[in-house]
Design a binder for this molecule. Sequence first.
Ligand code: PLP
Length: 397
Amino acid sequence: MTGENYSFETKLLHNRQKIDSSTGAVSTPIHHASTFHQFEIDRFGKYDYSRSGNPTREALEEIIAELEGGSKGFAFASGMAAISTAFLLLSSDDHIVITEDVYGGTFRMVTEVLSRFGIDHTFVDMTDLEQVKAAIKPNTKAFYVETPSNPLLKVTDIRAISKLAKKQGALTYVDNTFLTPALQRPLELDADIVLHSATKFLSGHSDVVAGLAVVKDEELAKKLGFLQNAFGAILGVQDAWLVMRGIKTLQVRLEQSQKSALKIAEFLNNHPAIKNVYYPALSSHPQHELQKSQAQGPGAVLSFELSNEEALRNFVEAVKLPVFAVSLGAVESILSYPAKMSHAAMPQAEREKRGITNSLLRLSVGLENPDDLIIDFSQALENVNKKELILQQGDLS
Ligand SMILES: *Cc1c(COP(=O)(O)O)cnc(C)c1O
């Protein structure tokens, strides 16, 4: 019952975890045991201690491995725990080439933690392969990709980066949080390690913090398994269960949100109060074709820029439907302010260099009727214009 030949949405339900083999339960039991009885003096059973292995966590790990087309999955206490543990595959004097508009927490880990352990890095615009090549050093051991990137939705060619990495004898890490295996499977594009904040689309309901990593290579799987146990930032069983429940509806949630995101992106793109819309589905997006060639869709996150910070503030005050919060990938639409939220860990000068201005908002589209969201945005944008008009009239008098 591994379901290898089923289509993706069927595999979300009909996988090795479909039925609990000991009881027939159709929902994976939550095994709240920290330790397991050893039936023989000299032999451990399959499980001994839950940091090293727990059947509930393992069920989730098997599901994500199967969905990403990997050999082994690992569940962690958060996306950052997954990412940080995967970085422990590196050693002092190694060098990382990393995408410049990386998630703020990853930026913090690389610049303020790994640097203290003698692991060096170079930030590049990963959409420019020449820049990537120029950043390679003899000790480059990892290429770190986030695509589409956060918050500017830049698309990196995973195949091309993986090829460069293989030539260099380095690993390719891909943060696949924005698209999930429903839309993009980096291991099939030759990447080595797929990372997830399962807090986002995979669980999908803003009710759990979790992280996942998946690899294909057996040797790499052993190394990462060793690190998961050594570092110990494992996912608890209740949270593992919540992520598994979320995954069952991943395809329908993401498809619906993506359809709405496209409609909203087009609306914003045609609105005079909006300066820029960043969304790979728009034909004006610089990597529109690349996105189509390596992923099954553009995803449900987009960013847009207003004319200035004042306009942004007026808009956020007037908008009613989306929650204004950090995070993304939930049933409710989430509007966030990258400069002050996800990228607050990045110094302002670094942010502005990357185009993460104080007038940029990111929208993660949820499951509301998109027309309701458009009506809400319309009224909020009218408000922006009105206030600007009043300001302009004020200037005249
Ligand atoms: C949220 C997020 C993370 C961090 O995950 P946590 O679960 O919050 O630790 C990493 N990468 C991306 C792209 C994210 O959106």
